[in-house]
Design a protein around this ligand. Structure first.
Ligand code: NAP
Length: 486
């Protein structure tokens, strides 16, 4: 078996997974290049109060590393970050991570079938295989609001939380009410004097249960992993995922009707004040924007120290925010929970493949990859959770694990020495993308709202078929869709 050299880009959830899986295969010739000084990806970047994963904790774990110690059904970011740190240590990948190593360039040499990966500190690595596990939502989107720079208090993006900002007993404005904005709001109502939720579009809220695990339950989980599996693979939890992915792909079917009804009922029964209820009622279909799963948002948004402002922002002034109708909100702190540039992936690193083809050229219309994993002209370059992959209210760890299973089978073909390079054919890529776009336009994401799920042309950028279809597709590569070069 040929010994291959690997570079993994990013020490977040997917990069750690790739490292662990390589070690499992007995492969040690790899390095994980991490741009910052710590692992954890999104769970390192995001430190905002209220940060929680809205996938149940026991389901948001690697399948091979169940965690009996989760404190509750849904857990906060710091606990998740500690989980990844523990798994990285337990599975022996720490020595393979090079921190503070931001990748700037990846260049493929066709004659040697070798990638050269350059790092910002001037160093370079050679690899036969690159695994780009650089995440999706990591480039903060700063809104173009007039006067933002003039604000005298602290104004900052949610993923760049400013610990010096005044929160306790302060007047806090939160721009945005996506998954992030609503989590921040729920965490701050008990601390801030006044919260102004600057809401451009309301969101549908799916009610979910939340509860703590007792010490006795954790002890039982430690003794019997089957008890954890009963939660991770709980049939109701999986039925909800299947309902969700069936619903988004069959938007007039019974599953979507059920989702819409659950969200509508939640709004009707939870929000008492009719005026507030109407402010919080979206004018688009549930799940068009990413559904928010929350057990407490409606409780918190009805607290006396919260005001939901729905007029558009005219400008930020030194002491607060002026609305288009002239209303002024005096603020000490302004949190920009305004989302991310979701089309970046590994960029701004430059990636140059076969024949000088650049990733920017390849993604000129929209970022895409064959099954969210590989691209023509970029041999031996694999993405985990790359463009067009499944997104939604389920664990991206499961998605990355399924992709790795597929990638590993392609790598096996290189290890047996018969081929040096593999990439999807142009025909297979075009066929995948044609089918994907046609189906994507029919999903709920394309039903008439704006969201980060849409690409610049307004086409939903994600996997448009069922969850099971993705899992099935990942079982075994369609080898005829790949070009193997000797
Ligand atoms: P987001 O879903 O893109 O939401 C951004 C919010 O900012 C929206 O409410 C948007 O309003 C608003 N906004 C943007 N620019 C604005 C402007 N110029 N003026 C006023 N409002 C503006 O971003 P996010 O909340 O950070 O969430 C991004 C994704 O991260 C989520 O969808 C999810 O995938 C992930 N996430 C997951 C969890 C979890 O628990 N698993 C938690 C947090 C985040 P419009 O809707 O009108 O555009």
């Amino acid at each position: 078996m040929k010994d291959l050299r690997y570079v993994i880009i990013g020490a977040g959830m997917a990069g750690l997974l790739a490292g662990i899986k390589l070690l499992e295969r007995g492969e040690k010739n790899f390095v994980i290049l991490e741009k910052t000084g710590a692992l954890g990806g999104t769970w390192r970047d995001n430190r905002y109060p209220g940060l929680t994963c809205d996938v149940p904790a026991h389901a948001y774990t690697y399948s091979f590393a169940p965690n009996p110690d989760w404190s509750s059904y849904y857990v906060g970011g710091p606990e998740i970050r500690r989980y990844f740190e523990k798994v990285a240590a337990d599975y022996g990948v720490m020595p393979y991570i090079k921190f503070n190593s931001e990748v700037t360039n990846c260049v493929f040499d066709e004659t040697t079938a070798t990638w050269t990966i350059s790092v910002a500190d001037g160093s370079a690595h050679e690899a036969d295989i690159v695994v780009a596990a650089s995440g999706v939502l990591h480039h903060p989107k700063i809104p173009d609001i007039k006067g933002l720079d003039s604000f005298k208090g602290h104004a900052f993006h949610s993923a760049r939380w400013d610990d010096d900002a005044k929160i306790d007993d302060a007047r806090v404005g939160i721009v945005g009410c996506g998954s992030t904005g609503i989590q921040i709001l729920t965490a701050l109502t008990g601390r801030a004097k006044q919260i102004v939720a600057l809401q451009r579009s309301p969101q549908w809220i799916m009610p979910v249960p939340q509860f703590d695990y007792s010490d006795a339950e954790r002890e039982a989980f430690r003794k019997d992993v089957k008890l954890i599996d009963e939660i991770r693979y709980n049939k109701d939890y999986w039925a909800a995922i299947i309902r969700f992915t069936d619903g988004i792909t069959n938007i007039d079917g019974p599953e979507m009707a059920e989702i819409e009804e659950l969200c509508r009922q939640n709004l009707e029964t939870s929000v008492k004040d009719p005026e507030l209820r109407e402010k919080l009622r979206p004018n688009y279909r549930a799940a068009c924007k990413r559904l928010i799963y929350s057990w407490c948002y409606y409780d918190h948004v009805q607290k006396p120290n919260v005001y939901v402002e729905t007029g558009g922002i005219a400008q930020v002034e030194p002491d607060g925010v002026r609305m288009k109708d002239g209303t002024f909100h005096a603020l000490d702190t302004l949190v920009l929970a305004t989302g991310f540039h979701a089309d970046r992936f590994i960029r701004p690193a430059s990636v140059i493949g076969r024949g000088g083809k650049t990733l920017d050229d390849s993604w000129a219309v929209r970022p895409t990859a064959y099954y969210a994993m590989a691209m023509p002209d970029f041999p031996n370059f694999f993405l985990l959770n790359g463009p067009t992959g499944p997104v939604g209210n389920f664990s991206l760890i499961d998605i990355a694990e399924a992709q790795w299973k597929y990638v590993a089978q392609l790598i096996d073909r290189l290890k047996d020495g018969n081929a040096r390079a593999v990439e999807p054919t142009k025909e297979a890529m075009a066929d995948y993308e044609d089918r994907r776009i046609a189906a994507a336009k029919r999903t709920i994401f394309g039903s008439g709202c704006t969201s980060w799920y849409l690409d610049e042309t307004g086409v939903p950028a994600s996997w448009p078929w069922s969850y099971q279809a993705f899992v099935d597709a990942m079982e075994k590569p369609n080898y005829e869709d790949f070009r193997f070069a000797a």
